[in-house]
Design a protein around this ligand. Structure first.
Ligand SMILES: C[S@@+](CC[C@H](N)C(=O)[O-])C[C@H]1O[C@@H](n2cnc3c(N)ncnc32)[C@H](O)[C@@H]1O
Length: 291
């Protein structure tokens, strides 16, 4: 498995924020795309700093950072920027890749009594490529709902569905890089399997559709594709599909409970690539935190 980079691109992978879809001018705001990139980067950095301040018990600093986040437009403004990136003319809407990869499954399911359940975590709109698939029941959630069809809930607090109501597909597109610290990212990945149906042999689903800015896996000091695969394997996922564009890393991970690691594992924040131009995106996970 290797990252296939398109030619013209790989120049500037150092910043994770470059991996975010670009912004559509017509919907925005009068911000230039440079100003918008700055806004996204600043939202991420403030969020990380606030999380760190809370961890260090610096409550006053955490409050100041929270106020700064709000003053800069908070999650709503960040979502607006991300949503603009989903415009078709900007090559956005990552769910088109999901639909393409799972087309054979959808065609097979068409007309069946049993529909497929999809959970979209971090949904900015009720209209994307998935909403056009008739055999899909899509449940959308986000920390901040922008439409009635999106339930406002933190995935980490969402009740685990009963057997028979679990999901066949979960979409986690450009969400993990929003989560501010490595351990919380690991915890999010580790929670996904509890929401998935059990697999039948030879099937590509149940599966997780994971999209990240390419820089998170291609230019991080602490995360490589190999490390990501090892983390995913520990919680029962095998890579089924993968593609990269100049900015994004798309992947589909099939879940099989029987291949979940029963032994000890520990993925720490450790340097896997050196170089001054690397970013610090990391995912940590330990079997000690296993339920
Ligand atoms: C960049 S947007 C993702 C947009 C969309 N999925 C896409 O691919 O373009 C990230 C979204 O993830 C949401 N998010 C982050 N952590 C979450 C969580 N724990 N539960 C639900 N939503 C979350 C944020 O509120 C934000 O709206």
């Amino acid at each position: 498995m290797g990252i296939r980079k398109s030619k013209a691109k790989s120049k500037k992978l150092s910043s994770i924020n470059r991996g975010r879809p670009p912004l559509a001018k017509e919907q925005a705001t009068n911000l230039s795309s440079k100003a918008t990139r700055t806004l996204i980067r600043s939202h991420h950095n403030l969020q990380k700093a606030q999380k760190q301040a809370l961890k260090d018990g610096e409550d006053a600093r955490a409050r100041d950072l929270e106020a700064e986040i709000v003053a800069k437009g908070g999650l709503m403004k960040y979502q607006l920027a991300s949503r603009q990136g989903q415009c078709a003319e900007r090559g956005g809407d990552s769910s088109r890749v999901l639909v393409k990869w799972l087309k054979p499954v959808f065609e097979k399911t068409q007309g069946n009594a049993q529909r497929l359940r999809l959970l979209e975590i971090g949904a900015l709109s009720t209209k994307n490529a998935c909403s056009g698939i008739s055999c899909l029941d899509v449940k959308r959630i986000d920390l901040k709902s922008r439409e009635p069809g999106i339930k406002e809930v933190d995935f980490m607090d969402m009740a685990v569905p009963e057997d028979g109501n679990k999901f066949h597909i979960i979409s986690l597109s450009l969400v993990l890089n929003y989560v501010p610290d490595p351990a919380s990212r690991g915890a999010m990945i580790a929670r996904i399997p509890t929401f998935l149906e059990h697999s039948k042999a030879e099937q590509i689903i149940p599966a997780l559709f994971l999209v990240l800015p390419l820089a998170c896996v291609a230019n991080s000091r602490y995360l490589t594709e190999e490390r990501l695969s090892r983390i995913m394997r520990a919680v029962g996922f095998q890579l089924s599909r993968q593609k990269t564009t100049s900015k994004l890393y798309y992947s589909l991970w099939t879940f099989n409970a029987t291949s979940m690691s029963r032994g000890h594992y520990e993925f720490k924040k450790e340097e896997l690539r050196s170089g001054a131009s690397r970013n610090n995106f990391a995912i940590t996970m330990s079997s000690k935190n296993r339920d």
